[in-house]
Design a binder for this molecule. Structure first.
Ligand code: SAH
Ligand code: SF4
Length: 429
């Protein structure tokens, strides 16, 4: 989409990318990110009989996503002769870790690199009752929200399903959280079993098939780099593997997708993914939201809130989260808070509001509202009966907080920068 007045970087096309699988130099196929049917097709193409391929795909899916194995030799129910056959043709990969950092508050950030040398980040935020993995959906973001560091990256490409699900797998590797045990039950599962909803077990986080041990990684938020609804198919395919009962088996109630307001994709998000929704609202007037969340010029506040009201997964048990970044003198007045309440009431939204203190980055054009201002804003919303907690920034010392994600890989050469600036001037002129 073209946003007037803003340069709108186009996702970089990926030469040689077939069916969203990054080709490997050694010619083998990486199974990471493939669903059961895609694994079956890959096996058939490699020469297995259809019936065999179906059975083996089911086993491979289980070992790959439920157990976290990367070595075919360790797949005990695979015929001995089949294991080297698989290893010659396939791998089960992981994103490459370029750097892993730990904040003084326990937040961890990983800088990851794709096979074609694109960098992206994921963040793990532990607290007393849960552990949340903040997952990226794109390298960079095309949307240029003025307060967001990721939005200043010019180089953008969609992450593949493998790169998205790979973040969750890598976190499980790092936290040592793959289940042990037998293959009992495999073969009797229905084809498309999703993880059991765990409303009755608020602290479990996993379907019962996964055991009940306390785990660190309990929640996923699609709030890393990128706009997930601009990479809908890949995000959906990755999250389906994450939610699959024989995959990573995380309940959809433990997953939240955050969008800046890509209205036409919200209904599909409900239908085809069904996870919790967070909406980056950040302003309540057209004038301010047009400025700070430029996609608002395309899909305005009313349209966005109507799409929230129509979001079928939203009800009193599963409220929509409105994210609201607190920018001094920009969107933080009492009048803004009252208008926010009015809008939520007008659209009868089961909602809660997350007030996010603005996280600064070098050259950012805003300052964070004062603590007293944020408290006053929060109180107005609370007094209207709408939960409006103030989020504590996490991992600031390692640039892991909301909106700070921007990798070093985007440093451009002088010539590239000049060209981009000339293009921008031409667009604006
Ligand atoms: N693109 C999606 C998801 C990623 S951003 C979206 O915009 O919703 C995750 C959240 O961090 C969004 O609410 C975003 O607005 C917020 N954010 C971005 N930059 C920020 C900053 N500098 N300080 C605080 N929050 C920020
Ligand atoms: Fe993109 Fe979200 Fe940042 Fe806006 S806030 S630029 S949509 S990542």
């Amino acid at each position: 989409m073209q946003i007037p007045g803003h340069i709108d970087p186009v996702p970089v096309p990926r030469p040689g990318l077939v069916n969203n699988v990054t080709p490997r130099a050694d010619g083998r196929i990486d199974l990471l990110g493939l669903g059961r049917d895609q694994i079956r097709d890959a096996l058939t193409e490699a020469g297995l009989e259809p019936k065999q391929a179906k059975l083996r795909a089911k086993q491979l899916f289980h070992w790959t996503y439920h157990r976290g194995l990367t070595d075919f030799e360790a797949m005990t129910d695979m015929a001995k002769t089949l294991r080297p056959w698989l290893a010659q043709r396939f791998v089960i990969g992981r994103p490459e870790v370029v750097e892993a950092q730990v904040s003084e508050d326990g937040t961890r950030k990983w800088l990851l690199r794709s096979a074609d040398a694109q960098d992206y980040e994921m963040v793990f935020i532990p607290d007393e009752s849960r552990g949340t993995l903040c997952v990226s959906s794109q390298v960079g973001c095309t949307l240029n929200c003025t307060f967001c560091h990721t939005g200043t990256m010019r180089l953008v490409r969609n992450l593949t399903p493998g790169e998205i699900v790979g973040q969750v797998m890598l976190a499980r590797d790092a936290l040592g959280e793959w289940p042990k045990g037998t293959m009992a039950g495999l073969g009797s599962d229905p084809e498309d079993d999703l993880a059991l909803d765990d409303e009755d077990e608020p602290d479990a986080g996993y379907s019962s098939a996964y055991g009940t041990g306390a785990r660190m990684l309990t929640n996923i938020v699609m709030m890393g780099m990128g706009e997930p609804l601009y990479n809908f198919d890949n995000v959906r395919d990755a999250l389906r593997i994450v939610m699959h009962g024989d995959g990573l088996a995380l309940s959809k109630r433990r997953i939240t997708l955050s969008t800046s307001g890509v209205v036409p994709m919200m209904a599909r998000c409900a239908e085809e993914i069904g996870v919790n929704l967070a909406v980056s609202l950040h302003a309540v007037t057209k004038e301010v939201r047009d400025e700070i969340v430029p996609i608002n010029r395309k899909y305005g506040i009313e349209e966005l809130l109507q799409a929230c009201a129509d979001y079928p997964a939203a009800n009193n048990a599963r409220r929509i989260t409105f994210e609201y970044v607190m920018l001094a003198g920009k969107n933080d007045s009492d009048a803004d808070a009252h208008e926010l309440v009015r809008l939520i009431e007008h659209y009868r939204l089961p909602a809660k509001v997350n007030l996010i203190p603005f996280n600064p980055w070098p050259g950012a054009p805003y300052e964070c509202s004062s603590p007293a201002r944020i408290r006053a804003f929060s109180k107005i919303v609370f007094d209207a009966g709408i939960s409006a907690p103030i989020r504590t920034p996490r991992g600031r010392d390692i640039d892991a907080a909301c909106g700070q994600l921007k990798t070093a890989a985007v440093k451009q050469t002088r010539a590239e920068r000049d060209r981009a600036e000339a293009e921008e001037a031409a667009t604006l002129g």
